[in-house]
Design a protein around this ligand. Structure first.
Ligand SMILES: Cc1cc2nc3c(=O)[nH]c(=O)nc-3n(C[C@H](O)[C@H](O)[C@H](O)COP(=O)(O)OP(=O)(O)OC[C@H]3O[C@@H](n4cnc5c(N)ncnc54)[C@H](O)[C@@H]3O)c2cc1C
Length: 308
């Protein structure tokens, strides 16, 4: 099995580390800035075997044409189910004339477990032969699952020549920076989260703060069930799995079903009246204070700074 990780400007997509781990530590990094991206993978994943294909700006048709011969000997080709991974995987499957198992949470030599009905059901799919699959970001930990994997030692190949022509790709007219408050939560590097301890009337302020800090806004199930924040912003085992570097919790107790979808943020800040709740226990900075008042004070301080 090999992971194919599409990268843009040296940046790894969501789920790159998990995909590499699921593939037993072997990956082909393709796109623009592969040296930098491969360096990040090596730093975060340790012993792995990487090859690179420096192929320029993302073009799934062209990439698939170039990748086909390089991965055709692999029984399973696994991509992260990031936006680019989801674009590239079906084209690569067509190029290799193989079935595509999309949205998997586990992948093995004979098939995969894929998520169906918006996460309500796991379906076991068996395949008699080679296939392509995508792995949902957050479906597993980035640590290797099988003992002995990943492959000991590091083998970093020279970049292969850029791929030539391929099937028609969409013409890119421009690239817009994402609106951080609306960005797919699973890809957000910074998240501000609303729990039941943050009054509903403060949510607009939380979204405004998110925009200012370049952070996405998420919520607990109590908040989404109350209809205060859309369900696609719910973090947890029955919501979205996230992997932010910074997570700031306003009035979140830290129930197992919530933190189960939180990954391992580098920094956790929690604002809560209860100093002994689980969210405060896992915080690097635990602020014992009213969530609404703290949010208002933070917004006012940023306003002051911006003013002068
Ligand atoms: C099958 C199942 C699946 C679930 N899936 C999910 C899921 O995917 N995601 C999820 O989030 N939950 C999920 N839950 C619900 C989960 O168990 C918790 O009920 C939920 O996460 C709690 O949300 P909360 O922290 O906002 O609320 P609470 O647990 O009610 O916590 C509120 C917190 O706010 C603090 N607080 C109160 N007032 C203030 C104030 N003025 N200032 C500061 N702090 C204050 C309190 O001390 C408390 O810690 C699931 C439950 C089940 C049974």
């Amino acid at each position: 099995m090999i992971a194919v990780v599409p990268v843009r400007a040296g940046a790894l997509p969501a789920g790159a580390l998990e995909t590499l781990a699921e593939a037993g530590g072997r990956a082909l990094v393709v796109g623009e800035g592969t040296e930098q991206a491969a360096g990040s993978l090596l730093e975060d994943a340790g012993a792995v075997r990487l090859t690179r294909l420096e192929a320029g700006a993302f073009a799934p048709g062209r990439f698939a044409r170039a990748l086909g011969p390089l991965v055709s000997v692999e029984d399973v080709v696994l991509l992260p189910a990031s936006p680019d991974g989801r674009d590239l995987a079906p084209r690569l499957a067509a190029e290799l004339d193989r079935p595509l198992l999309a949205g998997a949470i586990r992948v093995g030599p004979g098939g995969a477990t894929v998520v169906a009905m918006h996460g309500a059901q796991n379906v076991e799919l068996s395949v008699d032969g080679p296939f392509v699959a995508t792995l949902l970001p957050g479906a597993r930990s980035p640590a290797p699952r099988r003992p002995g994997a990943p492959t000991p030692g590091v083998e970093l190949s020279e970049p292969s020549p850029a791929p030539g022509e391929g099937p028609a790709d969409a013409e890119v007219l421009g690239t817009l920076d994402p609106d951080p408050s609306a960005v797919d939560l699973s890809e957000a590097g910074r998240i501000l989260a609303a729990g039941a301890g943050l009054p509903g009337e403060e949510l607009a302020r939380l979204f405004a703060l998110g925009e200012r800090l370049g952070a996405a806004v998420g919520a607990t199930r109590v908040v989404t069930d109350a209809g205060l924040v859309a369900h696609d912003r719910q973090i947890g085992t029955t919501g979205v799995s996230v992997r932010p570097r910074l997570y700031v919790a306003f009035g979140v107790s830290g129930a197992a079903q919530h933190v189960g979808g939180l990954g391992e943020p580098d920094h956790v800040i929690s604002v809560n009246l209860d100093p002994s709740c689980p969210m405060m226990a896992m915080a690097d900075l635990a602020v014992v204070a009213d969530a609404g008042a703290t949010l208002r004070a933070l917004a006012a301080r940023l306003e002051e700074r911006a003013g002068g």
